[in-house]
Design a protein around this ligand. Structure first.
Ligand code: BG6
Length: 487
């Protein structure tokens, strides 16, 4: 951790991500004493707010979220707001002058520019930063996902940003890498001896990676119509989880060693395109249904800033893929990925299903499963077979050996953004995506998206509140497998 004074400048500083995630995370860090006393947080947006207005807005937002407001005055004192409109041609000279004025005289501090804005703005913003003379040798830039829409746009953005910031100054964020259980996956695999000998195709039948959300996309049409579940979740969060499950042991716990191994996994993914996309991928879009105890609209009827278009009809709010890692360790082991909005429950988990015992002497056994639960309650379960108590015929039942992080360690589990923001301030890029990683992920995703787009058929409908379209079950059913739990 670094307690060096820093100026953290957030573009999109009053947007959804900043208000829901970044500011609350920074407030926690402040409460935990992780920020240097002089560290400032400078939000930039078009909203025309003064510092006082912005502080009031943050106060209200934190209060509404039920945040602990002790010492809030100290945190609010760190906040500044600069009104700037960078959408027009030629930039907003007065706005940039205000940012320069605020940063002037603080060139010795670490400077972090967090771009919580759409990816096409990354290149232009970075150029503006250089023109305004704001990029110092100790500056860093943070790029939110998804980085581009495909490999080509990702490369272009990386090139544009790369003209201003070196790779070591560039932090591509994927907040899943900041989640405690995700980091624990590396510890589980590489700090325990018992798993590694069986972590391969000899012992493992298949892996399931699920990120299911109950939320829909109200108010997000502008973004989601152009993203869909593949760009919003699979290209980044799910593939990152797959990498951590599948990677070879790195020789050191070091930024390059870990990221090198992750890239090798992405490069080993078997390409899926053409007719294979039909067999190995499923996409769905939710229609009206019941979520919890209320009726909710379908994707096309979600209240949003813009009415639905042709693109809206094609967009997937659910995706499932049967992926394969073509290397010695994983030959023949399917990795099933699935993610969706408006699922029956919120549940993110990785399930490693082992093979059956080679010879069973009991009726009714089922294979062992290791379940790594990311949310809602973070923990690890090993499903083992046990005998049901009682005389008579031996009856087997799978029971979980359970580790709950909450019970084992107590205390609050920090949000992923807290960890990642502190890593940016400390200049530690281990949990961030390197350029080649992001591009390798797009290289695998692109042909799937291209095939989907070429077919022109809309995604399979599924009512809100069910676990995706029928195709999702068939994807596993064809090989006699089932999803770990009916969601
Ligand atoms: C974001 C996606 O990256 O992750 C959202 O853009 C999604 O669509 C969110 O809801 C899920 O994050 P978490 O941490 O709530 O699982």
């Amino acid at each position: 951790l670094s307690r060096r004074p820093a100026d953290l400048v957030i573009f999109g500083g009053t947007g959804d991500l900043a208000m829901r995630k970044l500011i609350p995370a920074l407030q926690h860090c402040d409460r935990d004493g992780l920020l240097a006393p002089q560290t400032r947080i400078i939000a930039m947006s078009r909203s025309g707010l003064t510092d006082a207005d912005f502080r009031g807005k943050v106060h209200a937002e934190l209060a509404e979220r039920g945040a602990d407001l002790r010492d809030l005055g100290r945190f609010l004192g760190r906040l500044h707001h600069v009104s700037i409109d960078v959408s027009g041609d030629g930039g907003d000279a007065r706005g940039w002058a205000r940012v320069r004025g605020l940063l002037a005289g603080h060139e010795q501090r670490d400077r972090v520019f967090y771009l919580a804005s759409p990816p096409m703005t990354f290149g232009p913003f970075c150029r503006e930063l250089r023109l305004a003379g704001l990029v110092t040798p100790s500056s860093r830039v943070v790029l939110e996902k998804p980085l581009g829409r495909n490999l080509e746009s990702a490369r272009r953005i990386n090139d544009e940003v790369g003209e201003i910031f070196s790779e070591s100054q560039t932090f591509r964020i994927d907040h899943y890498l900041g989640k405690e259980t995700v980091q624990n996956l590396l510890v589980l695999r590489f700090a325990n001896a018992f798993l590694e000998p069986i972590w391969n195709s000899l012992w493992i039948d298949h892996v399931q990676i699920t990120v299911a959300e109950t939320v829909g996309t109200p108010g997000r049409r502008g973004y989601y119509d152009h993203a869909g579940a593949m760009r919003d979740m699979v290209q980044n969060h799910l593939l990152q989880l797959l990498c951590l499950v599948a990677m070879e042991p790195p020789s050191r716990n070091d930024r390059e060693a870990i990221r090198d191994e992750k890239v090798k996994v992405l490069e080993s993914l078997r390409p899926i395109s053409g007719t294979e996309a039909d067999r190995f991928t499923v996409r769905g879009q939710y229609t009206e249904g019941i979520a919890g105890d209320r009726r909710v609209p379908g994707y096309l009827d979600e209240p949003g800033s813009t009415p639905p278009t042709r693109a809206s009809r094609q967009v997937e709010t659910f995706a499932a893929i049967r992926a394969e890692v073509k290397n010695w360790r994983w030959a023949g082991v399917p990795f099933y990925l699935r993610t969706g909005k408006r699922m029956p429950t919120r549940c993110s988990e990785i399930v490693v299903q082992f093979k059956d015992v080679p010879h069973s002497i009991f009726p009714g056994g089922s294979p062992n499963k290791l379940v790594l639960r990311l949310q809602p309650s973070e923990g690890i379960q090993m499903h083992i077979m046990a005998k049901e108590p009682g005389a008579g015929e031996v009856a087997l039942r799978p029971v979980p050996l359970e580790l709950s992080f909450g019970k084992a360690f107590g205390g609050r589990v920090p949000d992923a953004y807290e960890r990642l923001l502190m890593d940016v301030l400390a200049g530690n890029p281990t949990l961030f995506m390197r350029r080649d990683e992001v591009e390798a992920a797009w290289r695998w995703i692109d042909p799937i998206l291209a095939t989907w787009e070429a077919t022109g058929t809309p995604p399979e409908p599924y009512p809100a509140g069910v676990a995706g379209p029928p195709g999702a079950r068939e994807l596993l059913g064809r090989s006699g497998r089932t999803w770990h739990e009916e969601l």
